[in-house]
Design a protein around this ligand. Structure first.
Ligand code: ISE
Length: 317
């Protein structure tokens, strides 16, 4: 049995803690830490409670660590888990800056670090990647993505549309195509700064087009279409149950990403726990290096967005 400690008991930490307390085979929730003791206690479901994540990492009761603390704390916590020799699953981003990610990559010689890009475990994305690999679309020309949130809180500021939201497409499109980005053109639509279009060229010739709309109002939705020379792949969206009423059929959207990706988080956490028990890495999971690439590309995109809207992207080192 793998004893998992969860650091952070906010929305994501609380969600992961529930998964390990109730539904991940071969693993159990051993401990939770949070600066707010009541929140930690509520999420711990009877496990040990710590005020400081570093104490949780050092505890003999914890075999593996899941980090869902605020982004700025990731770097120190991940390095502490590596130093303790414990497998660690860190929510994205791996760290707040590319320089911090680089330190983690350098320290992670044993490959203990996994970054929580959970879309890599989403059955719909996996199907699309497998279909592409099986030649169903031929040569991929365009990967067209939309990422819409119902609304964002007031503290969600300018660059976060890239570093907090678009970062998922930056990672998953690299993963689907096996390609790196070489340039980007950004269009900010409207005055509110809540709709962004990015057109990225890749080194394999495919164009990646990403719409991120943070205040789409109607619900949370992810749409992805891969147009190839030999066929088009349209990503399936989970159907939440249709309502037929008064001559109309309607289909609800989830209010947020947990509704859309609950299954992906579960599959990710299960695969990570299985691999941690076996002393290996979960196939397909994002490594520390993938975390560095995502953060580095996002930093470059933010700089380009601020400085005019189009520019060359350097391969992260
Ligand atoms: C949020 O932080 C996430 O990580 C979600 O997966 C993403 O879809 C959302 O746009 C972000 O704000």
């Amino acid at each position: 049995m793998l004893n998992v400690g969860v650091i952070g008991a906010g929305v994501m930490g609380g969600f992961h803690a529930r998964l390990f307390a109730t539904g991940i085979g071969g693993a159990r929730l051993a401990a939770v830490s949070d600066a707010d003791p009541a929140r930690a206690e509520a999420a711990a479901a009877g496990g040990e409670v710590f005020a400081d994540g570093l104490d949780l990492i050092a505890s003999d009761a914890v075999d593996a660590v899941l980090i869902a603390a605020p982004d700025a704390a990731h770097h120190d916590l991940v390095l502490a888990a590596i130093a303790a020799g414990k497998p660690v699953l860190c929510e994205k981003p791996l760290a707040a800056t590319a320089a911090e990610c680089r330190q983690i990559v350098a320290a992670d010689a044993r490959g203990l670090v996994t970054v929580g890009f959970m879309r890599r475990f989403d059955p719909a994305y996996r199907d699309m990647r497998a279909a592409l690999e099986a030649g169903q679309a031929g040569v991929p020309l365009l990967l067209d993505c939309a990422h819409r949130n119902q609304s964002v809180p007031p503290w969600f500021s300018g660059p976060m549309i890239v570093t907090n939201a678009m970062v998922h497409e930056i990672d998953i499109c690299r993963w689907i195509l096996g390609a790196e980005y070489i340039s980007v053109r950004i269009t900010q639509v409207g005055d509110a700064g809540d709709l962004l279009l990015a057109e990225l060229a890749t080194d394999r010739g495919t164009v990646v087009r990403i719409e991120v709309f943070m205040n789409a109002a109607y619900g949370y939705q992810i749409e992805t279409r891969l147009v190839g020379r030999g066929g088009t792949l349209v990503m399936a969206e989970p159907v939440l149950g249709r309502v037929r009423r008064a001559g109309v059929e309607s289909q609800p959207f989830p209010p947020d990403w947990i509704g859309r990706f609950a299954d992906s988080y579960r599959l990710q956490d299960q695969a990570w726990a299985d691999a941690a028990r076996a002393g290996t890495r979960a196939p397909g999971a994002a490594t520390a290096r993938d975390g560095l690439f995502a953060t580095d590309y996002c930093d470059q995109i933010v700089a380009i967005m601020t400085g005019g809207g189009a520019g060359v992207l350097q391969a992260p080192q």
